[in-house]
Design a protein around this ligand. Structure first.
Ligand code: GLC
Length: 652
């Protein structure tokens, strides 16, 4: 074949090879199913692979190798996982259901080990969890490992939490309970201790080409002219000098070596890693730092077109070998371009299935700080919607710092100055702004003043300050803020994630710096160890824990009953002319709808039926969700300070 042309003939020949190979190595009906899937998805893999590697290798040969790996891994896939594949193939929207509720935790900090994790599944089920994201589980380098994001061995789990068999056993338990397992796949870089890096260091040219290595500062300087600093305080610059090798590309920390995706062997190795993780029971792969995969001189080396081609090729190959598995993009990019990771490229091109809704998260915190919803309405209305067959994951808080992603254009549209507002948010949440209730810490001070912030949801909502002051009223307000934010995350559109500890209003970890290797990374302040004594208090009436936990349970249960809260139902933010009110409507294909009202200003609201009628709503037979947060009387919905209400709308 000529390099660079995806002719039907190539596909036909590849398929013929795949048929023969599958027939020889898989039993029926899996062989036939494999061939059908290859027929369906191979062209989607071939197109990006040709664009990426057509001038470097014979792409037909590359795909033959990928198929060969894939058949081998399918042969090893358990019956249980194959059954899940089949189920999800016939119900490809399974993850859009409103019963989906996520929980995110570190295995060691939540339970100790993977095996111990299995004894906490009732706790997760009590909360309504149907999706469990375990923070990095694969074997990291020893010592400091950026919270596990410096992987030394993709084939082993972190020895401190168990062995591979424990992960598979946990995955089976989860599947039996109808819970999907999400694990991190760090694909932009490996630890410098990873065998690939070690072989590069030992002088093996094949593995040297797995990384981006330069003999002198010429290219690093040229790249750095346009590269932003990711961790300016922790690890300045994007290159690290390594004795005996040269300047190695290290976007994040000096021990995290960026992989060279211009090398097709890297693609092949990472695809094997993905399929191996899928065989171990992962249902969702969180693709860490997805925008960084491809580098181009003269750019910020993020979100390059080739990055999307890589993701499309991974998606297509995964569909051939493990079709039930989803890809989730961790892409902290501007909202205008975020939907590209969900395949929105003008025309839809299947890419990741899920992506973090960073914009909603930032807008939640912005609304809470200003007490107004106009910026959020502007930003969430202007940004492109997630393509129909994909979904956001929505969250209040994650394990990283909060970066103030407010677009200047959105700020200007509501009369704000973008840079000044971003600075304000940072200063509000680090507690500098007079009257702030927040107890956050600056993570890596930015010269613009718009520094990212660390801190748990509860501490950023004012729980700590209220408790210290023994101020019951302030505590009630602080907990109401947390509940209000979660009410949005559970209903705005996407799979809601509960970040470990938020269900108990856990505060900043005062001892975060004490653990070896954590001292200079204050993101650990919001990665507390699970407080099981606090968890017990969820059963004790009158405690903060029982209140917040109960609210989360109500949100999860109510969500599960409402098809208008499916992830693929549309979301429209309304302007009801009340600045302290956030109002949005969800609409599902079955004609059901839901109006959500949230008092984001904290002063309480009376939303008269007349306002709802003038906005075109037939005043519904109202069912209010949210303990003590709202009531209906005198032709109006009454919201307590930071109260929320979900109002199912009559069908058309
Ligand atoms: C992602 C992770 C973050 C990590 C970085 C490098 O952004 O969320 O915690 O530091 O990637 O792997």
């Amino acid at each position: 074949m000529t390099h660079g042309s995806a002719s039907d003939d190539v596909v036909r020949r590849l398929l013929a090879g795949a048929v023969a190979d599958a027939a020889g190595r898989l039993a029926e009906p899996d062989a036939a199913a494999f061939v059908l899937r290859a027929q369906r998805w191979l062209p989607d893999a071939l197109r990006p692979l040709e664009a990426l590697y057509g001038d470097r290798v014979d792409v037909a040969e590359l795909v033959r190798d990928l198929l060969d790996d894939a058949v081998g891994l399918v042969a090893e896939r358990s019956d249980e996982l194959r059954a899940l594949d089949r189920q999800r193939e016939s119900d490809p929207d399974w993850f859009q259901e409103s019963r989906m509720v996520g929980y995110v935790c570190y295995v060691d900090r939540f339970a100790g080990t993977l095996t111990a994790m299995r004894s906490h599944l009732d706790y997760l089920a009590e909360l309504g969890t149907t999706y469990l994201h375990l923070m990095p589980v694969l074997a990291p380098r020893e010592g400091e490992s950026d919270g596990g994001y410096a992987v030394a061995d993709y084939d082993a789990v972190d020895p401190r939490i168990g062995v591979i068999g424990d992960l598979t056993a946990l995955a089976s338990d989860l599947h039996r309970r109808g819970i999907a397992l999400c694990v991190d796949l760090v694909l932009n870089h490996t630890a410098r201790e990873h065998p690939w890096a070690q072989r590069a260091l030992a002088g093996d040219p094949r593995f040297r080409d797995f990384y981006l290595v330069y003999p002198d500062r010429l290219m690093p300087d040229a790249f750095e002219a346009t590269l932003p600093e990711i961790f300016p305080g922790l690890a300045p610059g994007s290159f690290t000098h390594v004795e005996g090798l040269g300047w190695v590309w290290t976007t994040f920390r000096e021990f995290q070596w960026d992989l060279n995706y211009a090398n097709p062997d890297v693609f092949r190795a990472m695809l094997r890693t993905m399929l191996t993780l899928a065989n171990r029971g992962a249902d969702i792969l969180r693709l860490d730092a997805a925008p960084f995969l491809w580098k181009r001189l003269g750019t910020d080396c993020q979100d390059q077109p080739e990055t999307h081609l890589l993701l499309q090729a991974f998606r297509a190959m995964l569909s051939v070998a493990a079709p039930g598995v989803l890809l989730k993009a961790e892409a902290m990019v501007a909202p205008d371009i975020l939907t590209r990771y969900l395949g929105d490229h003008g025309e839809y091109c299947r890419e990741c299935d899920l992506a973090y809704d960073n914009q909603l998260m930032v807008m939640l915190w912005s609304m809470l700080a200003t007490g107004t919803s106009d910026l959020a309405r502007q930003a969430l209305t202007r940004r492109p919607a997630a393509p129909r067959s994909t979904s956001w994951v929505t969250y209040v808080r994650g394990h990283d710092d909060i970066g103030w992603a407010v677009a200047d254009a959105d700020a200007a549209a509501v009369g704000l100055d973008g840079p000044a507002h971003r600075r304000f948010l940072s200063e509000f949440y680090d507690g500098t702004v007079p009257g702030s209730f927040a107890e956050g810490d600056v993570f890596q001070a930015s010269p613009t003043g718009a520094s990212p912030i660390s801190g748990t949801t509860a501490s950023l909502c004012g729980v700590g300050i209220a408790l210290e002051a023994q101020d019951e009223v302030a505590l009630d307000l602080a907990l109401s803020r947390l509940e209000a934010l979660y009410s949005v995350v559970f209903s705005f559109g996407g799979i809601p994630l509960v970040y470990m500890g938020d269900e108990l209003a856990l505060r900043n970890d005062p001892a975060w710096a004490d653990e070896p290797g954590h001292g200079h990374d204050n993101r650990w302040v919001h990665r507390p160890r699970m407080d099981w004594a606090a968890a017990e208090r969820r059963n004790q009436e009158g405690t903060a824990e029982s209140r917040v936990f109960a609210t989360m349970k109500v949100l999860a249960a109510a969500r599960g009953e409402l098809s208008a809260l499916r992830s693929d139902a549309s979301s429209t933010v309304l302007d009801l002319g009340v600045p302290g009110l956030l109002a949005y409507v969800r609409g599902a294909e079955d004609g059901s709808g839901l109006l959500a009202l949230v008092d984001i200003g904290g002063n309480g609201q009376v939303v008269g039926f007349d306002i709802l009628r003038s906005a075109g709503f037939d005043v519904p037979a109202i069912a209010v969700v949210g303990r003590h947060t709202a009531s209906v009387a005198d032709d109006a919905v009454h919201l307590r300070p930071y109260g929320f209400a979900w109002l199912p709308l009559p069908r058309d």
